[in-house]
Design a protein around this ligand. Structure first.
Ligand SMILES: Cc1cc2ncn([C@H]3O[C@H](COP(=O)(O)O)[C@@H](O)[C@H]3O)c2cc1C
Ligand SMILES: O=C(O)c1cccnc1
Length: 366
């Protein structure tokens, strides 16, 4: 499979209009469910079906990989935690497992490059590209062949999930040190300086922050040379897990499947995915706004308004899972509420034209 993505279609415009019209018929003042209304309309347009179907199979694909940059001391935790957490995901003990269970989603773990000797099940290691990506402040993250393999893996994973019935996709990630490549990719694609993108990750102290900022500065110097070329950017300053996630997010759009985006690391992959497949972001909603400063740059660049702002800074897909019940609710409200006619409820006299924004917002958001 190549690294070229086909033209990305938009969610269905006629269904979008039908869903907006249906919202006006439901037993509530028009617009009174605020952003839940737009979310339901978006799901309906993604499905090309009004009323929309409730999600049958929301799915988290958790991309795990190690990052050579951890050798420069950029995280509060040691690199072996990546592999240990993979075992925890498989045992069902991580935040993502509990939150997925509450939200009605299932979780699949994929090893793109975990640096471990532990025996992991074959279904987890099927897409292992290498053991840990390069230390991006001084060397490429991946070879040409490896970045191509990671992109192919991400695409294949999205295809497998959609073919298996997944109707809402979430990319999660686990990789100690991964907020460093995320910061570099975001800086490269948003034209930002290191200080604007370097956050506290797992909770680093000031000295570690300084080392991380130096690593980001050096990696960014290398990344800027290729920032117009998304595949080269992933090879230079990304990693196998981030490259696969970018391809997964782009391929979800190819397959017309809605996506809830998580935090800063997924956000970095999303920025690259929009470069790989322009228009893919129409198929995504931002679940939340992470504490990481670079995430705000992602949301601004992709013109996405986060559903939640809960001071989360974990990753794993947890922010997306926190928003999933709201997205399910928005979908079912549009699908299952009674209309004025069906319920015998009198409609109001005055219908605001769609151009009047009674919620006080200036223009649309997404
Ligand atoms: C126990 C544990 C569980 C996690 N789950 C997600 N992350 C998150 O933190 C890491 C990125 O932060 P940094 O760049 O500072 O290392 C990633 O693994 C991310 O998924 C975790 C981190 C830890 C320690
Ligand atoms: O925003 C995130 O997804 C995030 C923040 C800190 C550490 N890992 C992930």
């Amino acid at each position: 499979m190549s690294t070229e993505f086909p033209h990305i279609p938009t969610p269905d415009a006629a269904t979008h209009r039908a869903a907006e019209a249906r919202h006006l018929e439901l037993t509530k003042p028009p617009g009174s469910l605020g952003r839940l209304e737009e979310l339901g309309v978006w799901v309906s347009a993604c499905q090309g079906q009004c009323p929309p179907r409730p999600f049958a199979r929301p799915r988290v694909v958790l991309f795990a990989g190690d990052h050579g940059i951890t050798a420069q001391g950029v995280s509060a935790f040691p690199a072996e935690v990546t592999g240990q957490m993979v075992a925890n995901f498989l045992a069902g003990g991580a935040a993502v497992n509990v939150m997925a269970s509450v939200a009605g989603a299932t979780v699949r773990v994929v090893d793109l490059g975990v640096d471990t000797d532990a025996e992991l099940p074959e279904h987890v290691t099927a897409h292992k590209i290498r053991r840990s990506s390069g230390s991006i402040d001084r060397e490429d993250a991946l070879t040409d062949a490896e970045v191509d393999a990671a992109i192919a893996a991400g695409r294949a994973l999205a295809d497998e999930e959609v073919d298996g019935g997944a109707d809402l996709l979430i990319a999660g990630e686990m990789g100690i040190g991964n907020t460093t490549p995320a910061a570099v990719l975001i800086a490269a694609l948003s034209g930002s300086e290191p200080v604007a993108v370097v956050g506290r990750g797992t909770g680093i102290d000031d000295q570690t922050w300084m080392r991380k900022a130096t690593a980001v500065r050096d990696a960014l110097r290398r990344a800027r040379r290729v920032s117009a070329h998304p595949v080269a950017l992933l090879r230079t300053a990304g990693s196998a897990d981030i490259a696969a996630m970018a391809a997964f997010l782009a391929q979800a759009a190819v397959r017309k499947t809605p996506v809830l985006l998580d935090g800063v690391v997924v956000g970095a992959a999303a920025l690259v995915a929009e470069e790989l497949a322009p228009g893919a972001s129409e198929w995504w909603r931002a679940a939340h706004k992470s504490v990481e400063p670079a995430h705000a740059l992602v949301l601004e660049q992709l013109n996405l308004t986060p559903i939640l702002d809960l001071d989360l800074r974990l990753g794993e897909g947890t922010g997306a899972l926190a928003a999933l019940p709201l997205l399910s609710m928005a979908t079912r409200v549009l699908g299952e509420m009674s209309t004025f006619a069906d319920a015998g409820v009198s409609e109001g006299e005055v219908r605001l034209p769609a151009t009047v924004d009674v919620n006080g917002r200036n223009g649309g958001w997404r």
